[in-house]
Each structure stands twice: as C-alpha cells, then as structure tokens.
Design a protein around this ligand. Structure first.
Ligand code: NDP
Ligand code: 2IT
Length: 448
C-alpha cells in the first residue's frame, strides 16, 4: 500500500504531525487514504469542500476523571473518553471499550473506523467511540457497578438518544450496559434508547448479542459465494473467545465449518475434533473464566500460552475476533504458507498493514473489519429503531434484517472495488463506499 496522490500525501503528513503520538489512529487514516486515491482524482469538488481535512479531525473529544471505590473502600481513578467523530449522516454511534490498553489514540482509531462502518450499514448513524483504561478483569459485580455509575455520571452530560448512543465493545457487555443505563435514567429522569446492547426486558433488541459474530459469517458467506466457494467443510481459526468470537463460531459451525481454535489474551486452545462451543460459552459467558479451562474437560485438546501461535495452525479461513494488530506480517505469511485462503475480520483493525499487503499479494480473500464486523452496530441501529417506535421485533425479524444488511454491505464493497478499478479488493470497496456517503453529506451541509 503506497499513496501517490500529492494532496493526500500532504494531508497525511499534516495529520501525522497533529497526532504524532497516536500510531493506531494514523494507521487507520493511512489505510483509508490509500483506498481513496481514485475517488479524489475523480471528485475534486470533495477536496474543494475541505471534506478530507474535516473528516480526520473529530468534531469533539471528551476526556474525564472516573473516580470509583473498590470493595475494600479504597479509592481509584481511571480516565474516561468519548470521541464524537462525525455526525454528518446521523447521531454519533459507537461502542465503549473498557481495557487497560485504552488511550486517546486507540479511541480515535476506533471512532474513525466507525464513521465508515456505520455509513456502510445503510442506517443513519454517525461515528463515535468511547472507553476507559479501567480493567474489568477480576473485579466484583459491585466494583463494576461502582465504576459504570461514575463513568456515566460524567458521560451523561454529552450523550442522548438523538445525539450520541454508546454501546458495548471489549470489556463492555450486557452487565456494564445495564449499570450505565440505570445511572443515565436516574440522572436524567428519562427512559430513552440512549444505549444499545441493553437487556431484553428493558428495551434491548433480540439478536444484538449474536449480531457481530453472525454478521461476520453472513458477510463472509457472501464473499465466499462470489468466489465460488462456501464455509462447508472448511477448517476455521477464530481468535478471541468474547462476544464476537463466540457467535462467529456458532454461525460458522452451523454453515458446516470446523472451527479448531479459539483464544484469549493469555493463550489459545486447539481442538482437532472441532470446538465444543457450549463449553466455551460456559467458561466465558457464565463463569467469566479463562480459555485454558477448556482442556480440563477435553483432554485431547491442546492449550498453548501466548496468542500469536494460533495463526500457525493450518486453516482454510481465519476470523480474527480479538483486538487490533493481532495478525502481523509474519503471522500473515505463515497463514498463507499453510494454505489459508480467506481472512475476514470480526475485530477492529486486527491486521497490520504488512499483513494486509500479504493477503492482497497472495490472492487471499480479505473481508475488511469495517464491512465484515458492521453487523453489530447495524443491529444497534435496529435496536434504536425499535426503541423509537416503542415496539420489539422477534429474533427472526431482526436476524433477517441483519442478514440483508450484510448482503448489501458485501455488494457495496464488491461494486465499488470494481467501479474504481480494483476488483476483488473489498478493503478499497468498503473504504470508498463508506466514504462517499459521508463526504456527500458533509459537502451538502457546508463547512461545519
Ligand atoms: P469481548 O470483551 O467480549 O472479548 C474480547 C476477546 O478478545 C477476549 O477473548 C479477550 O481476551 C480478547 N482480547 C482482548 N484484548 C486482547 C489483547 N490485547 N490481546 C489478545 N486478546 C485480547 O469483546 P468483543 O468480542 O466485543 O470484541 C472483540 C473485537 O471485536 C474488538 O476488536 C471489538 O472492537 C470488535 N467489535 C466488537 C463488536 C461488538 O458488537 N461487541 C462490534 C464490532 C467489532 P481476554 O479475556 O483475555 O481479555
Ligand atoms: O466496533 C463496533 O462496531 C462496536 N463495538 C459496536 C458499536 C455499536 O454501537 O453497536
């Protein structure tokens, strides 16, 4: 990947200078700019309207203190973030990440990706992301509640059902969303769809829990079909064992694939007989345990320390569903050498630029994150829709809408890749399709 267009190169340099300590954000901008070269050459009006200068600068970045008390009465302080990146096509929308690695640059890369992802969903949602460097691991329910209430006490000043609607991401699931929703309602004295990923008894949507993983497989199925193949009988690796990984595994298995490995941040399991997903759910969803507990039950499965080793297992399809930059150039080369033909991304930006170059150079079918994992936020959009209408659809209705959205996202990626002279490059197609809609909206709304 190399940018040649002088205007894009100059703007990238200025963006690097202005955000010099945010490597993940620069990585995300560079990838999008690389794909946009042919658009910029055909659309000088978008350059003249200053769309690109504005799109790389968040509309608003909020950072705040989050004090909380542990079970021993000891005070702690974490840092909270909400980056409201772009509201051209709808209210700000995006998840909240709770992980010790969170910093402003991470939240900005995620918020930037979210702009284009949300645009691809066909629903009216702008881009945002939030989070904190709080580590939920090992905390009691009471400590989690204490943190979530403090976080929302400040965040509630900046969000709203028609303004900014947060949701889950790493470390934020139904439990955390419940505590945050309760606190928002108490402070604002209004019951509105201000968060998505809520529990079913209080305005959550059926199929939101499954949506990102299912959506990833719906997108991947389309990509495979367009290239004359399918999941059936394929060997699949899935990194992570959280929300996205678990439901990607469920759907891939239902399509006849054999998932042989999953992981967490400590290590990975390899089960040549195929992953026992009920056991993984029991360990991760019910007990909040570690993936290595799997081999206590399945004695012929293997556990290995370290997450990178998962990519050395021979496979047909790799579905990275853990975190950013989890597949580097070296791992990508090993995947290709071992016969991997497809990489489709459940996590956000899981492949380094060197890994992507390796996929593209070797004809690997590559489903980029902002298209392939858009099913989660798309179903969040469906949850917002149900909340506005004050009704609830069945699981089947939501799942069918999700399925159709993922089909239309693949179509947009495929068609735009062809239209701009890069057939089969779904990353370029996703970036172009996501960008054009937002750019047209920004141009039409003037220099704001
Ligand atoms: P969860 O918190 O449910 O699970 C995260 C999983 O990834 C865990 O298995 C975790 O292991 C592992 N993981 C997290 N950080 C690291 C790390 N630094 N190194 C190795 N493994 C790690 O999160 P989700 O499943 O919701 O999110 C996974 C990915 O999918 C993220 O990139 C997220 O941004 C993306 N995503 C999520 C969506 C959603 O709807 N939830 C929608 C679209 C994208 P451990 O338990 O050891 O931390
Ligand atoms: O990265 C993502 O798209 C998410 N974490 C889901 C965001 C959402 O608003 O549902």
């Amino acid at each position: 990947m190399a940018i040649k267009n002088a205007y894009l190169l100059d703007l990238l340099e200025r963006t690097k200078k202005r955000n010099s300590n945010e490597p993940e954000f620069i990585q995300a901008v560079t990838e999008v700019f690389t794909s946009l070269e042919p658009v910029i050459e055909q659309r000088p009006d978008l350059v003249d309207a200053g769309v690109l200068e504005r799109i790389v600068e968040p509309e608003r970045q909020i950072m705040f203190r989050v004090p909380w008390i542990d079970d021993n009465g000891k005070p702690h302080v974490n840092r909270g973030y909400r980056v409201q990146f772009n509201s051209a096509i709808g209210p700000y929308k995006g998840g909240i990440r709770l992980h010790p690695s969170v910093n402003l640059g991470i939240i900005k890369f995620l918020g930037f990706e979210q702009i284009f992802k949300n645009s691809l969903t066909t629903l009216p949602m702008g881009g945002a992301k939030g989070g904190s460097d709080f580590d939920p691991k090992g905390k009691s329910d009471n400590e989690i509640m204490n943190f979530c209430q403090s976080f929302m006490t400040e965040l509630s000043k900046y969000i709203g059902a028609d303004c900014d609607v947060p949701a889950g991401d790493i470390g934020t699931g139904a439990r955390e969303i419940g505590f945050m929703f309760g606190q928002y309602k108490k402070i604002r004295n209004e019951w509105v769809g201000v968060l998505t990923g809520k529990g079913i008894p209080y305005g959550g949507s059926l199929a939101r829990t499954e949506a990102t993983g299912f959506g990833l497989c719906y997108f991947t199925k389309e990509m495979l079909a367009a290239n004359g193949t399918s999941f059936d009988g394929k060997t699949v690796l899935i990194s992570g064992s959280g929300n996205v990984a678990i439901y990607a595994c469920q759907k891939a298995q239902s399509y006849g694939a054999k998932v042989v490995a999953m992981s967490d941040s400590n290590g990975y399991i390899y089960d040549k007989n195929g992953i026992d997903l009920d056991l993984v759910k029991q360990i991760k969803e019910v007990r909040r345990g570690r993936i290595k507990e799997y081999v206590d039950v399945h004695k012929d499965a293997e556990y290995h320390e370290g997450c990178k080793g998962i990519w050395t297992i021979p496979c047909d399809i790799a579905l990275p569903c853990a975190t950013q930059n989890e597949i580097d150039g070296e791992s990508a080369k090993i995947l290709v050498k071992n016969g991997c033909k497809v990489v489709s991304e459940g996590a956000n930006m899981p492949s380094t630029p060197e890994a992507i170059d390796t996929y593209l150079a070797n004809g690997v079918l590559y489903g980029p994150a902002k298209a392939a994992n858009a099913g989660g936020v798309a179903t969040s959009g469906l949850e917002m829709c149900q909340n506005s209408m004050r009704l609830a659809w069945t699981f089947e209705e939501v799942d069918e809408k999700l399925h159709n959205i993922m089909k239309s996202i693949f179509k947009a990626c495929d068609e735009n890749a062809k239209k701009y002279g890069m057939p089969g490059n779904y990353m370029a197609g996703a970036n172009i399709a996501g960008f054009i809609k937002v750019a047209e909206a920004m141009k039409a709304q003037g220099n704001v």
